[in-house]
Ligand binder design. Structure first.
Ligand code: PEP
Ligand code: MG
Length: 564
């Protein structure tokens, strides 16, 4: 995403930081991918079967190796590896290779062409599906290396400590990396939801993705300073100050590890700290943290690869897994936010000029109300039997008008559910006084609120300077929402990425936000930071950042005021 040369002789390369943390160690590159074969001369007809046998043997070997590795690891790593084995064994993929071989292509090229077909399909689907293409290319490369008798591409053995560099890490690579040796990860490509990011979060390894081609100049063995919070890789950094930065980070990490909830400011003002989850597994991880409950269960994430709508009972079984992880605490479940960056086969409209501004979230109910009704029935069914101390709150994404809020709240109440709306469209924030009387709570989705306030695509790396929740314009909308929340005694949460930033969490508290919901790994960092400031300071900092000219100035000012 860009390279900045500093007067001190250092150069920093900027990417998207996905896990905070500071590390300083020599660069280690993942073993290169094999060169891909060009289309060659056709194989004689009587030798084609043998080509397919070669392919099958190589694919089986790769699958066997990955399956073996899956047995040596646990948790998400094992799941990722098992999923990869499933892809190597995918019948559709193997059938396409067979067809290509039958047309006369050698095994290597047949595998490349078959993979490309699926890559094209996934890319056309866009969003999260497109990020899965790394997985497909990874198994292709492993099979090709095997066919040629070359070493398996991927992680080298690392002596001592190293910062791992790659174009993009495959799930199989990330699943087996050893955090005793890998102290940070940086990839040229990838996104915040790529496997690299998922595993880095799980291992709590500083991680930067989408750092761009400037990375390629970094040679193996060169010491680099990585700051996961800032998303920077610094070359030629001074060794002593780098080591100090790492030590300071470790000290702070130790304070965070010691922190115990529930969250409150130094003068005792309570802020409810909750976790964002995508499924039952993530909810169980969250239950092991200091989170007091779930503040955002993104239900659509459970159905990304589901082609037909699950029945009410099937959906209820999925939701129950999340509820069961928090049997005695609040769970805020969000109805399907299909569309745009989260395509769901059974819910998303096929073609839209402008999907982020299209029929997504609650808007889908206009043409397909049954989908929403069935989901709410499933939520009510799954929530049956949950006690008074385990409230089930339901909210709709992409609410923009009073009548949408009223409509959704009515459906929830018919089913005995507590009704809320996400505030992620600027119109909803500005009309808070009309929306809130219909609702039991609201939760501000700062990711989309920022995207729509700044008119900047949240997935665009070029526009990251605009899609920054520190933008005072966004914070002013948060303030307006909180003002009405206080007047109407409506709880106002924040569940976008903003809630995961410890300093911004203090600002949001100062603005009047009553709960913060963030990725499990961010919860303790936010709680520990809140414990260091009193409410009056939070309010002072909030007032000051609202009056700045932009995101960078706002962030800097808050840093100065809160950290000195
Ligand atoms: C948001 O928009 O801030 C939000 C929490 O929802 P999502 O990121 O799932 O769109
Ligand atoms: Mg959103």
């Amino acid at each position: 995403m860009g390279e900045v040369h500093h007067a001190s002789g250092t150069t920093s390369i900027k990417g998207t930081g996905v896990v905070a943390g500071v590390a300083y160690a020599p660069a280690v590159w993942v073993r290169p991918r094999p060169a891909l074969p060009e289309i060659g001369t056709p194989v004689a007809e009587d030798a084609r079967d043998q080509q397919f046998e070669r392919f099958t043997a190589a694919a089986d070997t790769v699958a066997g190796r990955l399956a073996q590795r899956a047995e040596t690891v646990e948790g998400v790593a094992a799941e990722v590896l098992t999923a990869t084995v499933g892809m190597v064994n995918d019948r559709g993929w193997r059938r396409t290779v067979k067809k290509n071989v039958a047309e006369g292509h050698p095994a290597e090229y047949a595998a490349v062409a078959a993979t490309q077909k699926f890559v094209d399909m996934f890319e056309a689907a866009g969003g999260v599906m497109a990020e899965r293409t790394t997985d497909l290319k990874d198994i292709r490369d492993r099979v090709i290396a095997e066919l040629r008798g070359e070493p398996e591409p991927g992680l080298p053995d690392i002596a001592g400590e190293g910062v791992l560099f790659a174009d993009d890490l495959s799930p199989a690579d990330t699943a087996t990396l050893d955090p005793a040796h890998v102290v940070a990860m940086v990839t040229e490509l990838g996104g915040p939801t790529s496997h690299t990011a998922i595993i880095a979060r799980q291992l709590n390894l500083p991680c930067i993705v989408a750092a761009g081609p400037a990375l390629r100049d970094i040679v193996a063995g060169e010491p680099v300073l990585v700051d996961g919070a800032l998303g920077t890789v610094t070359r030629n950094a001074d060794e002593e100050s780098s080591r100090t930065a790492v030590a300071q980070f470790r000290e702070r990490a130790a304070v965070i590890a010691q922190w115990r909830g529930p969250a409150r400011t130094s003068d005792g003002h309570r802020v409810q700290l909750l976790a964002n989850v995508a499924d039952g597994n993530a909810a169980r991880v969250a239950a092991g943290t200091q989170a007091e409950g779930i503040g955002l269960y993104r239900t659509e994430m459970s159905f990304l690869s589901t082609s037909t709508e699950p029945t009410v009972e099937e959906q209820a079984a999925v939701y129950r897994k999340v509820f069961d992880a928090f049997p005695d605490s609040k769970v805020v479940i969000r109805t399907l936010d299909a569309g745009s960056d989260k395509p769901i086969a059974y819910a998303t409209l096929a073609e839209e000029e402008n999907p982020a501004l299209g029929v997504r979230g609650l808007r889908m109910a206009r043409d397909n109300e049954g989908l929403l009704l069935r989901q709410l029935d499933a939520v009510a069914l799954a929530a049956e039997g949950r006690g008074e101390d385990a409230p089930t709150w339901v909210m709709a994404p992409m609410v923009a008008t009073e009548s949408e809020a009223e409509y959704f709240a009515g459906l929830c109440r018919e089913r005995g559910l507590t009704a809320g709306a996400m505030i992620e469209v600027p119109a909803a924030a500005l009309m808070s006084d009309r929306l809130m009387p219909h609702l039991d709570f609201v939760s501000i989705g700062t990711n989309d609120l920022t995207q729509y306030t700044m008119a900047a695509d949240r997935l665009s790396p070029q526009l990251a300077y605009l899609t920054d929740p520190w933008q005072p314009a966004v914070l002013r909308l948060v303030k307006e929402t909180c003002r009405v929340g206080e007047l109407t005694a409506t709880p106002v949460g924040v569940c976008g990425e903003a809630a995961a930033d410890p300093l911004l969490a203090c600002v949001l508290t100062g603005l009047g936000v009553t709960s913060l919901s963030a990725a499990s790994t961010a919860v303790a960092g936010v709680g520990a930071q809140l414990a260091t400031v009193d409410l009056a300071t939070c309010r002072e900092v909030a007032a000051a950042v609202l009056d700045t000219s932009g995101a960078d100035t706002a962030r800097e000012l808050a840093r100065e005021m809160l950290l000195g």
